[in-house]
Design a protein around this ligand. Structure first.
Ligand code: SIN
Length: 338
């Protein structure tokens, strides 16, 4: 009888890695079951993606027992986001959900999601990501051998630094860690600051040692990675979306028989829908936990926030050619109605 393991522990990771094969079986999958490894970089729980991965593993392991078995590898314990894409094409991992900022080497269409101030709320972002238009954008990964299965929302991003940030000029001359996204670089440079692309697992150390002065991320990443411990405070800018593209390889999907593939995809779609409904509450909890840890959150009045919009939003024009003006306009329209 298979044990349902929702999140692999660090010791299990060590065993899996020491075996070093695609068939290493730390979660106790039964012989004959298709093993679906889901590798991601965030906390295993208390985070929209970590919780979504756990829920998916639970649903797959309960409903597909005897056919398929999912193992979740959180916290970059198996792969970084830059390595996971290669590992997927090699068949070493079957499911991943990198931040949409990290697909730049594969498609320029998903740059849409990095445009600053595109979505006014997580509800607006969720409504767009549930649309046919957003699903079509994932198809741009197909030429590279990936299949985009859906989106996981995470939250809107906030800035933090080693000094208070109230006006955009306060960021001038600082160095900010960004994801591997040229849109993020352009946005930071619009602040007259400099950007350094760094892997997620390196951010805390870089902030602590002064390699960078600041960062931008969702409440749950700031809380679960403890970035607030090594920053002066967090400024509530809500300036950019953090969301994930859930991907697999075409080769993996083709390896499943029709019935198994349909069941897997149905469970996945239902689970993502359920998980995305809980994102706003989780982000609010993470924000509160940061306050409970005695960190400073600086809220901006509409008048204080407006100059940030004025300075950063013009980067849209730079990337319009990659994304398409019509695509941008459609996505932005969700903020008017949600
Ligand atoms: C993630 O949320 O998956 C990581 C985002 C980052 O690299 O900042």
């Amino acid at each position: 009888m298979k044990k349902t393991i929702l999140a692999a522990s660090a010791s299990i990771m060590a065993v899996a890695l020491s075996f070093g094969t695609a068939n290493a079986d730390p979660a106790g999958c039964d012989d004959g079951e298709t093993v679906i490894k889901f590798s991601h970089v965030v906390a295993d729980s208390g985070h929209p993606k970590g919780d979504a991965a756990q829920l998916l593993a639970k649903n797959i392991n309960e409903q597909m027992e005897g056919t398929a078995c999912m193992e979740v590898f959180p916290n970059s314990t198996l792969y970084d986001d830059d390595k996971v894409m290669e590992a997927m094409l090699l068949g070493d991992v079957q499911l991943a959900a990198p931040s949409l900022s990290k697909f730049e080497a594969y498609t320029k269409k998903l740059r849409l999601f990095d445009l600053p101030f595109l979505f006014s709320s997580i509800e607006a972002a969720n409504a767009y990501m549930a649309s046919e238009d957003a699903r079509d954008l994932l198809a741009s990964l197909e030429d590279e051998g990936y299949v985009g299965l859906g989106y996981i929302a995470s939250g809107l991003k906030q800035f933090s630094a080693n000094k208070p940030l109230i006006k955009p000029e306060d960021a001038s001359g600082l160095k900010f860690r960004v994801q591997t996204s040229d849109v993020a670089v352009a946005m930071i440079e619009a602040l007259n600051a400099s950007a350094q692309k760094l892997a997620f697992k390196e951010v805390y150390g870089a902030l602590q040692t002064g390699v960078v002065d600041g960062q931008e991320n969702s409440w749950c990443n700031i809380y679960t990675q403890k970035f607030f411990e090594v920053q002066d405070g967090i400024t509530q800018t809500n300036h950019q979306l953090l969301a994930y593209g859930v991907i697999t390889s075409q080769e993996f999907l083709d390896s499943l028989d029709d019935e198994t593939r349909t069941q897997f995809l149905t469970i996945l779609t239902d689970t993502l829908k359920q998980a995305n409904q809980q994102v706003a509450d989780k982000e609010a909890e993470c924000r509160q936990s940061i306050l409970d840890a005695n960190s400073t959150i600086r809220e901006l009045s509409p008048e204080q926030r407006e100059p940030w919009v004025t300075v950063m939003k013009p980067v849209w024009q730079e990337f319009e050619g990659d994304i398409g003006a019509d695509v941008i306009e459609k996505a932005a329209s969700y903020s008017a109605t949600n």
